[in-house]
Design a binder for this molecule. Structure first.
Ligand SMILES: *Cc1c(COP(=O)(O)O)cnc(C)c1O
Length: 419
């Protein structure tokens, strides 16, 4: 990997050194952030290519500048591949990231002040699903549904009742911290029955959907947004998929609505990633992600760690430290995540449903298996990692344990080098 950036080494040793250190970090730590992944060298190469040099405001064959013949080719290829991969009528591959993709959808289909129904943020919704500090919460009027207190899963009858009462213009499904399958069919049916637009934000699970290990919201959902850098394992970016009847409005909202010149190097990298996701190996990869998450979840539970909803159906796990006996109090997520980091195990503190603490001092830790699986780890490694995580969390005041595990983490990482 370092060989790909030899010019930076020559021209700018300062930046090179930082990249080199981050490379070492990615190599020597166990990265369990569920929204991250390691993309292929082919994706990295496209993303670092000369396609970055071209201005291409507009859409293929309808550009404001000359010289876009090959840019049109690559963007058209990305669009066709995205439509095929997800079985969509229309694809816009220009959004720079997940948040602007969601912004474009709201701007395209709603007026400021309109009502949107989304998931309570502390139950797993994203910032762009109505946080008061985000544009979404400032411009739109959000109503919310959450998970059931007992099962910690969505109860679609309750979602339906809330939708019937609130009569939103748009209903959002798809989350950042929900470890269970999402019933997109029922979401769409509820939206149809209350006269709302259905939107699925599949940022986290797009790869699982492409690999057919999670049910797809397409082709029936009105609009689907997704990042491309999470389980889908592409470059840091996003796309919007929609029914033909919304295509024009969506395209106008992305450009000229909120963005200027599209990042064609990233669009080229998305095209590469979509082709990779159509290969049979990608299906095997996503099956392994879920198997690994299940093994990791079981190991944690066997060691007394309480998991939200007692397990997982996808790539992510949410640990509930309040109901983990050895911790047993709220607001310990950050402390737990920092203890894990000392051992080289990277996770993130996260709220849990009905968290009595604040988002700044959450009571849970979120983790997942996309990167470990990309690195080739399987069941036996998941068991070992699950034991390590449990040992650290069950002995939060014992520094020695984390120092010892740090050595073992390094040794394991050295056997699973990806780049
Ligand atoms: C990650 C994520 C986003 C935002 O993506 P960014 O690229 O970070 O802007 C939006 N929605 C959901 C559900 C996400 O998980």
């Amino acid at each position: 990997m370092i060989d790909m950036i030899e010019n930076i080494q020559k021209e700018d040793p300062e930046v090179f050194t930082i990249i080199e250190k981050e490379m070492e970090r990615q190599r020597n730590q166990l990265n369990l952030i569920p929204s991250e992944n390691y993309c292929s060298r082919a994706v990295l190469e496209a993303s670092g290519s000369i396609m970055t040099n071209k201005y291409a405001e507009g859409y293929p064959k309808k550009r404001y500048y000359q010289g876009n013949r090959f840019i049109d080719d690559v963007e058209t290829l990305a669009i066709e591949r995205a439509k095929k991969l997800f079985n969509a009528e229309h694809a816009n591959v220009q959004p720079n990231s997940g948040s602007p993709a969601n912004m474009a959808v709201y701007f395209a289909l709603l007026e400021p002040g309109d009502k949107i129904l989304g998931m309570n943020l502390s139950h797993g919704g994203h910032l762009t699903h109505g946080s008061p500090v985000n544009f979404s919460g400032k411009f739109y009027n959000f109503a919310e549904y959450g998970v059931d207190r007992e099962t910690e899963r969505l109860d679609m009858d309750v979602v339906r009742k809330i939708a019937e009462k609130e009569k939103p213009k748009l209903i959002v499904s798809g989350y950042t911290a929900y470890p269970r399958l999402i019933d997109f069919k029922e979401f769409h049916s509820i939206a149809e029955d209350v006269g709302a637009i259905s939107m699925a934000d599949i940022a986290h699970i797009a790869g699982l959907i492409a690999g057919k290990v999670h049910p797809s919201p397409l082709p029936f959902t009105d609009v689907v947004t997704t990042t491309t850098h999470k389980t889908l394992r592409g470059p840091r970016s996003a796309i919007i998929l929609c029914k033909e009847k919304f295509a024009k409005k969506i395209d106008m909202a992305v450009f000229p609505g909120i963005q200027g010149g599209p990042h064609e190097h990233t669009i080229a990298a998305k095209a590469v990633a979509f082709a990779e996701a159509m290969k049979p190996e990608f299906k095997d990869y996503t099956q392994q992600i879920v198997k690994n998450a299940k093994t990791l979840a079981e190991t944690l539970m066997e060691n007394g760690i309480k998991l939200v909803s007692n397990g997982t159906d996808n790539h992510l796990i949410l640990m509930d430290l309040i109901n983990t006996k050895s911790v047993g109090k709220d607001g310990m997520g950050k402390h737990g995540a920092e203890a894990l980091e000392e051992a080289g195990i990277i996770t993130n503190a996260n709220t849990i449903p009905f968290d009595p603490s604040t988002p700044f001092r959450p009571s849970g830790i979120r983790l997942g298996t996309p990167i470990l699986t990309t690195c080739g780890m399987k069941k036996s490694e998941m068991k070992v990692i699950g034991e390590w995580i449990s040992k650290i969390l069950n002995n939060l005041d014992n520094q020695k344990i984390r120092q010892k595990i740090k050595e073992e983490v390094r040794e394991l990482c050295s056997r699973f080098v990806f780049y």
